[in-house]
Design a protein around this ligand. Structure first.
Ligand code: NDP
Length: 294
């Protein structure tokens, strides 16, 4: 029977560490990290996500601001707002909540955020640095959360067969790249993959990021594999579940994440961790520039 990876516990530990670092930073620099989230329109799920990000940011001692723009916001207005936040010295991290309303292209506007303030790591410059393994300002929060969980449970990636099911720009692709950077042997599977069970059975580390109930069944998992379920779905009663047939797969996995309580809480903790990192990098850059000017 596989051990359950407790993402809630790991995320709470991480948030506790961040809180202490924020207190220390406040003493050292006389200020707190500042996260600004831009929410455009009235998407109900986005409103909930933004609300929980704001709450968590305030809880751990950040300055947290939500810029709420109407669904009728024009491309020019959104560009001007992002430019203003890029130039605002008191903002350390900017998150543009996606999806944007019809007519506004998310990728285009993410590309307008200053890479040094791009807390989601979605700016092309940060994605390029992830690909070349050359220190991006930030790495996408969900993939980063998965890696932190693997680290916490002493899962060695180097030399392992890693199968990532799902190839979105926000989860599958950055996650596959992180695993490759850790010297895993990575296969990416997607909706056009032929014979998915044959592919997933090769995995020492199997990660599913699709959003389809019971996509990953017991017969698709090698005995002893580590199984990470990124998928989040809701049934008609509001109960959450993931891509993996958890009850049966846990009989063959050595380690497995539940849904809820697995990857989900790590995503928000990594958003906070990225905000702190961006703040510290900006403070250090400023101290370096002041030192050089002396
Ligand atoms: P997308 O819809 O953008 O991507 C889904 C991916 O799954 C695509 O690459 C698609 O392939 C692939 N896919 C679809 N059907 C199949 C199939 N039958 N077999 C194999 N692959 C398939 O989703 P996201 O990446 O944004 O999110 C994935 C899941 O993760 C969702 O459930 C989402 O709610 C959840 N999520 C969870 C987070 C968390 O914090 N835990 C954060 C972000 C997302 P193709 O490219 O060929 O279309």
């Amino acid at each position: 029977m596989g051990e359950i990876i407790d993402g809630k516990k790991v995320s709470e530990e991480l948030l506790g560490e961040i809180k202490l670092k924020v207190e220390a930073a406040e003493v050292k620099y006389g200020k707190k990290p500042a996260l600004t989230v831009i929410l455009v329109g009235d998407n109900p799920a986005s409103k909930v996500y933004v609300g929980s990000k704001e709450k968590k940011a305030l809880e751990i001692g950040f300055n947290s601001t939500v810029v709420r723009l109407s669904a009728e916001t024009t491309a020019e207005e959104l560009s001007a707002k992002i430019k203003e936040l890029n130039e605002n010295d008191s903002v350390d991290a900017i998150l543009l909540q996606l999806p944007l309303p019809k007519g506004l292209n998310g990728d285009e506007f993410v590309g307008k955020i200053s890479p040094e303030k791009d807390v989601d790591g979605f700016h092309p410059q940060n994605l390029g640095k992830l690909m070349t393994n050359t220190n991006p300002s930030a790495v996408a929060c969900t993939p980063l959360g998965v890696i932190k969980l693997l680290e916490k449970y002493d899962v060695e990636v180097e030399g392992k067969n890693c199968v990532v099911v799902g190839r979105s720009n926000i989860v599958g692709k950055p996650l596959a790249q992180l695993l490759l950077n850790l010297n895993g042997t990575v296969i990416m599977a997607h909706s056009k993959t032929k014979n998915l069970p044959e592919v997933t059975r090769q995995a020492d580390i199997l990660i599913s990021a699709v959003g389809r109930k019971n996509l990953i069944t017991k017969d698709m998992v090698k005995q002893g594999a580590v199984v990470v379920d990124v998928g989040i779905l809701k049934d008609e009663n509001g109960k959450l579940f993931g891509d993996v047939d958890f009850e049966n797969v846990k009989e063959v996995a050595s380690l497995i994440t539940p849904v809820p309580g697995g990857v989900g809480p790590m995503t928000i903790a990594c958003l906070m961790s990225n905000t702190l990192d961006l703040f510290l990098k900006r403070q250090e850059a400023r101290a370096g520039a002041a030192g050089a000017a002396k």
